[in-house]
Design a protein around this ligand. Structure first.
Ligand SMILES: *Cc1c(COP(=O)(O)O)cnc(C)c1O
Length: 366
C-alpha cells in the first residue's frame, strides 16, 4: 500500500478517514430541508466551539476560501462613516487593508515589519490621535511567520477607547484562544480547512448577536452581504446562493470530530506537542527558527533554510517521501520554510516526517 501524503502546509490539511468518508454521504439538493438542517447545525456547532462566544455570537457559513470570509466580514461590518485601523505584521494583515480599500471603507494602516510583534504603544498613539477610529482589523495568527499576535494585550488598548475588533481568525479558529466580549470582539472570520480539519471550500464568520440585527441600508456587495446569509440561514436554514454541499458534509463531521476529541484546548495541546517534537528534530539538524520560539502559535512555525539549501531542493526531497512543506512568502521566500501542525497525523506519521527531515537535511539514510 502506498503511504498517504502528509500535508504540512497551512491548509488544506491531511484528512481523517471519518471526514473523508463524509464527503460521499450522498447527492443532496441545497434547497431541500435536510440540507437546511445541516447548515443550521453547522452554524450552531461553530458558535459552540468557544464557550466564551456561545450564546452571544452567531455564525454564518459561505462558500469560498478563508479570504472570502475575511472580505465578507469587512464588507459587512467595517463602518462607512468611521475609521477602521488595520494593524498589520504580515501578508494577511496587509490583505485586509487591500480589502478595505477595494470596498472603499475609511481606513488607516499601522504597518509593521513581518518579523515584528504588534507595537502596542503605536496602536495606543494611533487611537489617541484619531477618535474616529471605531474598529481594529487584525490577524490572530499571522501565518506569514507563525506569530500568534497578543490579542489580549491589543484588546485592552482597544477596549479602553471603546474600539471593537474585526479578527482574521482563519488560521487559529479551533486551536487558539478566542475571547468574545473580553476582547471587544465584533466579528471573527474562519475557514473549514485549517484548524477544524475540514475540506477547502467553505468559510464562516461569527459576529455579535446584536450586530446581525443592524444590517446597513445599502449592502456593499451581493455575494459578500453576510446579513443576507444570516437572515436566511437563521430563518428557514437556506443560503442566498448554492453552497458547497459535500464540503458542508465534511465540515459538519469535522466539527463533530473536533468536539469529540476535546475541543480547541485539546487541539492546541496536540499541535503544541507536534511543534515541540519537530522543532527539536530540526534544531538537532542545525535548523533554527525564524522567530523566538515563544512568539509562535501552536499551529505553524517558520524555519531558516540552512546555508546552501534552497527551498526548492528541500521541498523536492520531502515531496519524494510524500511530505509537503510550505514556502515563505514575498521577502521571506528565499530564506525560510514553514511547517504547519494541522491535520490528521498519527504518532507514526510524526516519525515518518522526522525521518524524512533527517534524510533531506543530510543526516539520515537516503
Ligand atoms: C489561510 C489564511 C487566509 C485565507 O487564505 P485562503 O487561501 O483564502 O484560504 C487568511 N488569513 C490567514 C491568517 C490565513 O492563514
Amino acid at each position: 500500500m502506498s503511504e498517504r501524503t502528509l500535508l504540512l502546509n497551512p491548509g488544506p490539511v491531511t484528512l481523517s478517514e471519518r471526514v473523508r468518508r463524509a464527503l460521499v454521504r450522498g447527492d443532496w439538493c441545497h434547497r431541500e430541508p435536510e440540507f437546511a438542517a445541516l447548515v443550521r447545525d453547522i452554524d450552531a456547532r461553530l458558535a459552540a466551539v468557544y464557550e466564551d462566544l456561545a450564546g452571544r455570537y452567531e455564525a454564518v457559513v459561505l462558500t469560498g476560501s478563508g479570504t472570502a470570509a475575511v472580505e465578507a466580514m469587512l464588507a459587512s461590518f467595517a463602518p462607512e462613516d468611521r475609521i477602521t485601523l488595520v494593524v498589520a505584521n504580515g501578508v494577511y494583515g496587509e490583505r485586509m487593508a487591500r480589502m478595505l480599500e477595494a470596498h472603499r471603507r475609511p481606513n488607516r494602516v499601522l504597518g509593521h515589519g513581518w518579523l515584528e510583534a504588534v507595537d502596542l504603544q503605536r496602536v495606543e498613539q494611533a487611537l489617541a490621535d484619531d477618535p474616529a477610529i471605531s474598529h481594529i482589523a487584525v490577524v490572530h495568527h499571522e501565518t506569514t511567520t507563525g506569530r500568534l499576535n497578543d490579542l489580549a494585550a491589543l484588546a485592552r488598548v482597544a477596549q479602553a477607547r471603546g474600539v471593537q475588533l474585526l479578527l482574521d481568525g482563519v488560521s487559529s479558529f479551533g486551536a487558539e484562544q478566542i475571547a468574545g466580549h473580553g476582547w471587544n470582539l465584533a466579528a471573527v472570520a474562519g475557514t473549514a480547512n485549517k484548524c477544524l480539519h475540514g475540506v477547502a471550500g467553505l468559510s464562516f464568520v461569527l459576529a455579535r448577536r446584536e450586530l446581525w440585527q443592524r444590517p446597513p441600508a445599502r449592502p456593499a456587495s451581493v455575494y459578500f452581504d453576510l446579513h443576507a446569509y444570516h437572515r436566511t440561514q437563521h430563518g428557514e436554514g437556506f443560503s442566498p446562493f448554492t453552497q458547497a454541499v459535500q464540503v458542508a458534509f465534511a465540515l459538519h463531521e469535522a466539527l463533530a470530530e473536533h468536539a469529540d476529541a476535546g475541543g480547541w484546548l485539546a487541539r492546541r495541546a496536540c499541535y503544541r506537542e507536534r511543534a515541540a517534537r519537530l522543532s527539536a528534530t530540526l534544531a538537532a539538524l542545525g535548523v533554527g527558527t525564524l522567530l523566538p520560539p515563544e512568539a509562535y502559535s501552536s499551529i505553524l512555525w517558520s524555519y531558516r533554510l540552512p546555508p546552501g539549501m534552497s527551498y526548492a531542493g528541500l521541498h523536492a526531497a520531502l515531496k519524494a517521501r510524500g511530505i509537503v512543506i510550505y514556502a515563505g512568502q514575498g521577502q521571506l521566500a528565499a530564506d525560510i520554510f514553514r511547517i504547519a501542525h494541522m491535520g490528521d497525523l498519527a504518532a507514526a506519521d510524526l516519525g515518518r516526517i522526522e525521518a524524512a527531515l533527517r534524510a533531506a537535511l543530510g543526516r539520515g539514510p537516503a
